[in-house]
Unconditional design. Structure first.
Ligand SMILES: Nc1ncnc2c1ncn2[C@@H]1O[C@H](COP(=O)(O)OP(=O)(O)OP(=O)(O)O)[C@@H](O)[C@H]1O
Length: 275
């Protein structure tokens, strides 16, 4: 069947102007490793400037979904659209244009240990822009300033804290001014204070740069502090358990697995009445 843009989900959406198009639309995506189906029939939207969390229990497929969103894996079925354009069906050249709009920080954080923080950020600028060495140096310093690391340009990753490494990783993901930042477990391994600082930074970046941020995490404090939208991957049913604002899902989802997860394992027997 030919690929078609995602259908509007409501009458209001149908009447909305093109500018209201979801930034990311996932349509009936099934993810599999060979014959092992991780999740099936995922359909949800991520809006521009969302801080959108992919959540669920260990091994449910959060990182796998992230890999599908950035094109590292192909859906076994279904499609992913960016601003209504079919990413899954794009040829290599078309796909490259999408990927240039993504900034990605992987779970490991993975800065090059033999390069300074500024050199780490300069790397994608050297590879993908025609900028002069001086402009690249200035831009790397600017990106580090955005994440609160002014003055640390010449430090090596081993000379700064874990939280600072994560912030530098975010600066590197932002090097090419992406529309969408993908962060895989950004708070992993951080103490609570550093983790909170990272949350504040993510909020500030969204507000000042207007980025859309997609985050894989299972840290509830972070989820409630920063996410306005989310998807819950349900290991039990191997499909989407809920989509929406995490605080609302915690109190009102009709899926007990969602409420249990968002209430730290202490499931409320029935949804809290919103009236
Ligand atoms: N390359 C792979 N080949 C085969 N199976 C894989 C591969 N990567 C992940 N899996 C399996 O797919 C499932 C989902 O893995 P994934 O890492 O996406 O889950 P996750 O929710 O991110 O887990 P965690 O919370 O532990 O990081 C798991 O059962 C995992 O063992």
């Amino acid at each position: 069947m030919p690929a078609s843009p995602p259908a509007p989900q409501t009458a209001a959406a149908a009447a909305a102007p093109a500018a209201a198009q979801a930034r990311v639309s996932v349509r009936e995506v099934t993810m599999a490793y060979g014959s092992f189906v991780v999740m099936k029939d995922l359909t949800f939207d991520i809006q521009a400037q969302d801080i959108f969390v992919i959540m669920g229990g260990s091994g449910c497929g959060k990182s796998t979904l992230l890999r599908h969103l950035i094109g590292l894996r192909e859906p076994a079925r279904g499609q992913v659209f960016y601003d209504g354009e079919n990413f899954t069906a794009a040829d290599d050249e078309g796909r490259e244009k999408f990927i240039r709009r993504f900034g990605v920080m992987y779970q490991s954080g993975a800065l090059w240990s033999s390069l300074t923080l500024a050199e780490n950020i300069a790397l994608p600028l050297q590879e993908f822009t025609p900028l002069s060495a001086k402009d690249i140096r200035d831009l790397a310093a600017y990106k580090l300033a955005l994440v609160g690391l002014s003055g640390y340009e010449d430090y090596y990753p081993s000379q700064v804290s874990g939280g600072m490494n994560k912030r530098a990783g975010i600066a590197r993901a932002m090097a090419l001014d992406p529309d969408i930042l993908f962060l895989d477990e950004p708070g992993a391994g951080l103490d609570p204070l550093s983790s909170r600082r990272l949350d504040d930074l993510i909020l500030r970046l969204r507000d000042s740069l207007g980025s859309t941020v997609v985050i894989v995490t299972h840290e509830l404090a972070s989820i409630f502090a920063i996410a306005n939208n989310s998807v819950f991957l349900d290991t039990e049913t191997r499909t989407l358990g809920a989509v929406g604002n995490p605080s609302e899902l915690r109190d009102h989802s009709d899926n007990p697995n969602v409420r249990r997860f968002l209430n730290r394992g202490a499931e409320s027997e029935s949804p809290v009445s919103s009236s």
